[in-house]
Design a protein around this ligand. Structure first.
Ligand SMILES: [Cu+2]
Length: 443
């Protein structure tokens, strides 16, 4: 008995002594150029080495502080969303628990699925460690589905980290996996859970993912502007040097960093927007453990970043979970799709389609935009020929992405619309004038 009491007191003291312990799982073998290791192997919130600044950037004079290695911890589980017509729908999804102490992780991350999933955005050259923890399905305790993270369209060298469950594996309830990504190709991608993908993607396990080019860091580090910009959709300059092996700086360029297309993908304002849709009937049957056959799916709610218009341009959406399914309300759809820019600025739109059923023709009711990238590739031929083009709409299929640049020079101030031309997609189920539409505000 005394032993047991001692044990209890010890556990209580330990718990009290580690109040802000956050789980950040870096594998232990990342060499730090400054010496030591980048690691929190004891999981006590203290790194045994420091994470080096990337390519010498120091956070001073407006230059970003970009660490060589970055990590995030996502939870995968269930949750609840609110459509623009007020309908509450059961969802699966991810939420970001990077800042949560280990001992509170499950408690804080259960039933917190967000639509879309937390955005993943880093720089070319960073090492990225993404820990996924399966927190289980609170409203479907009969379901013991694993989850995974799949970077769609991403050049993943190691199949084990691809998330496709036959070539790699899913993560079971209560377990973690730390995925490793070497971010070598900039561009706009998307990510989703790949376990029983038809079901888990229809249920909402969808996220924005994009990798910024090293040209941003090269320009910002050297205080250079290309075509008037220091941030770009892609590496579009000739002779852009690679990183040194330890990533402490760039190699010396082999020639003049420039060229006629240098800076052509530069932008001032950036927005990632993902098209998706839900079949409300599937979600309603799902919570009743009686799923609809996939072949009968028919979308009822069309969304940009997890919301239908007019919610696409509003503040964070909180669900009705407490009144409808007896769980705490939370911010289920944190991302808007509203784009705001000043006259003359360039807007980079990173578009993706994560529907499992529908193509979409996304259209803009203003001057033509320039399509500079498709499926994470700069539109340029192998001979360097410029293959970008001007258009007023893009036809985007499931799993595809586009990078559009809207040059607002000469535009009148006011509100413009970006929307699906498929008129059935401009509804929130029975509520007309909604769906896949958002606003671009020019000040
Ligand atoms: Cu899943």
């Amino acid at each position: 008995m005394k032993k047991f009491l001692t044990y209890c007191v010890t556990v209580a003291l330990l718990a009290a002594a580690l109040p802000a312990m956050a789980f950040r799982q870096f594998p232990y073998d990342i060499p730090n150029p400054a010496g030591g290791w980048i690691v929190d192997w004891a999981n006590d919130g203290t790194a045994t080495g420091t994470v080096p600044n990337f390519i010498g950037l120091d956070g001073l004079a407006g230059r970003p502080l970009v660490p060589a290695a970055v990590s995030k911890r996502l939870a995968a589980g269930d949750g609840y969303s609110k459509m623009a017509d007020g309908t509450g729908l059961y969802t699966f999804g991810f939420s970001d628990g990077s800042a949560d102490p280990e001992n509170l992780f499950m408690e804080r991350r259960t039933f917190k699925a967000e639509l879309p999933a937390p955005t993943i955005s880093y720089y070319e050259g960073q090492d990225y460690y993404l820990t996924l923890t399966n927190v289980g399905m609170k409203l479907r305790p009969d379901l013991f589905d694993p989850h995974s993270v799949h970077f769609h369209g991403f050049p993943q060298a190691a199949p084990v980290f691809d998330g496709e469950p036959m070539a790699s594996f899913g993560i079971r309830m209560g377990f973690d996996l730390t995925y490793y990504y070497n971010l070598v190709e900039p561009g706009t991608y998307l990510y989703h859970c790949h376990v029983e993908a038809t079901e888990h993607m229809e249920m909402g396990m969808l996220g924005n993912l994009y990798i910024k080019p090293r040209q941003d860091l090269y320009a910002q580090k050297n205080l250079l502007m290309f075509n008037g910009f220091n941030q770009f959709a892609y590496n579009d300059c000739n002779n852009l040097p690679s990183y040194k092996a330890d990533k402490s700086d760039f190699e010396a360029p082999a020639g003049v960093v420039g060229g006629t297309m240098c800076g052509s993908t530069g932008y001032d304002v950036e927005k990632a927007i993902q098209f998706s849709d839900f079949d409300a009937e599937f979600h309603k049957l799902h919570i009743a453990a009686d799923t609809l056959p996939f072949a009968d799916m028919l979308a009822s709610h069309y969304m940009l970043n997890g919301r239908g218009y007019p919610d696409t341009v509003g503040g964070p959406v909180t669900n009705n979970a407490s009144s409808e399914v007896g769980q705490p309300d939370y911010v289920s759809q944190p991302l808007d799709s509203k784009i705001t820019a000043n006259q003359g600025q360039k807007i980079l739109l990173r578009l993706s389609n994560l529907s499992i059923q529908n193509f979409a023709t996304l259209e803009f009711n203003g001057p033509a935009f320039k399509v500079v990238g498709k499926c994470a590739k700069l539109l340029r031929g192998p001979d360097g020929k410029d293959l970008s083009y001007f258009a007023n709409s893009v036809f985007i299929g499931p799993g595809e992405t586009f990078d559009l640049i809207l040059d607002t020079t000469g535009w009148a101030q006011g509100t413009y619309y970006f929307y699906s031309r498929n008129l059935n997609q401009l509804n929130n189920d029975q509520m007309e004038r909604g769906g896949a539409m958002t606003e671009i505000i020019i000040n």
